[in-house]
Design a protein around this ligand. Structure first.
Ligand code: NAD
Length: 291
């Protein structure tokens, strides 16, 4: 395929490189990041998108996605597929998909899980929203950049799946960290805590795969000074998106709301910016019970 790729940052660059390695012809555009080796450089987003079979975007947020979409949709070839892999609000995903479909394009919102490591290794999980035809056209590209792609329903449902998943992740990470800090104060050895919880009903991905306690469980960012991994500010972004969506559809999400508030304080006033999201554990370690 002839592919346009817009947004070549931490995630986009390795994803585009994997498409090149699989034999596709990729033309990229980014406002500041350089094109990875093998990706032809376009001077504008429109140039990267013109005449391509597929255009992939990997951008910071919904506002930027809307601006880029308005620029590229009019120049894209009829029948081409517009695949947005950014994590954005559900409303922006649906608005952009509508514009694309009105212009005779296929549209898929396909946010990812798996982070920078998954992007480099080609092992991302794609959560896709859009028509069957759009998903079918994008699927071979998902198979190159990832190991799993789930078609979650119509436009916006990929973003819905992503923010629900990450709301669970934020909540379970906080619960795991506060439990470790409580266990410390009760004199329970962290390794024993891991041995019990990881094989009991308190187990979760946060405990079993991404354990926030250094030296315990599998290797994780905790073993590397809490260098991300998945940065606390990206978790905050996703939790905010979940609460924005919950508000829009009148869903009661008290744990998600509490997690968003905790990560907000952590990132904005407690030095959590630039730390992995599991650095909630050293945060709790230092704290006392509020009155
Ligand atoms: P990033 O900031 O490294 O990359 C975004 C890129 O978009 C930057 O290079 C920036 O210059 C470029 N950009 C911004 N505006 C642009 C425009 N108008 N035209 C062209 N390029 C533009 O971010 P990232 O870590 O690659 O994340 C990208 C998306 O993936 C985000 O939506 C993020 O939430 C999501 N995501 C990230 C991770 C992760 O671990 N980093 C994991 C899952 C999902």
């Amino acid at each position: 395929m002839n592919i346009g790729f817009i947004g070549l940052g931490n995630m986009g660059a390795p994803m585009a490189a994997n498409l090149v390695a699989a034999g596709h012809s990729v033309t990229g555009f980014d406002l500041s990041a350089p094109c990875p080796e093998g990706v032809a450089s376009a001077a504008t987003a429109a140039e990267a998108a013109t005449g391509r079979d597929a255009v992939i975007t990997m951008l910071p947020n919904g506002a930027i996605l809307r601006v880029v979409a308005a620029e590229i949709i009019p120049v894209m070839a009829k029948g081409a597929v517009f695949v947005d892999c950014s994590t954005v609000d559900v409303d922006s995903a649906r608005a952009v998909a509508q514009l694309a479909e009105d212009a005779g394009l296929l549209a898929v919102d396909a946010p990812v899980s798996g982070g920078i490591g998954g992007a480099a290794a080609g092992t991302l999980t794609f959560m896709a929203g859009g028509s069957d035809a759009g998903f079918a056209k994008a699927r071979p590209l998902f198979d190159i950049m990832g190991q799993k792609a789930v078609h979650c329903g119509p436009s916006g449902n990929g973003q819905a799946a992503k923010i629900c998943n990450n709301m669970i992740l934020g909540v379970t990470m906080i619960a795991t960290c506060e439990a470790f800090a409580l266990a410390d104060k009760l004199g329970l050895d962290r390794q024993k805590m891991f041995d019990v919880v990881s094989t009991s009903s308190g187990s979760s991905w946060s405990m079993n795969v991404y354990c926030p306690a250094p030296g315990v469980g599998p290797t994780s960012p905790a073993d590397n000074g809490y260098k991300p991994g998945f940065a606390a500010e990206l978790m905050l972004k996703d939790l905010r998106l979940s609460q924005q969506a919950a508000k829009a559809v009148d869903a009661d999400t008290p744990m998600g709301q509490a997690a968003a508030a905790l990560y907000e304080t952590f990132v904005e006033t407690e030095g959590g910016k630039g730390m992995d999201f599991s650095a909630m554990l050293p945060r709790f370690e230092k704290r006392h019970r509020p009155d």
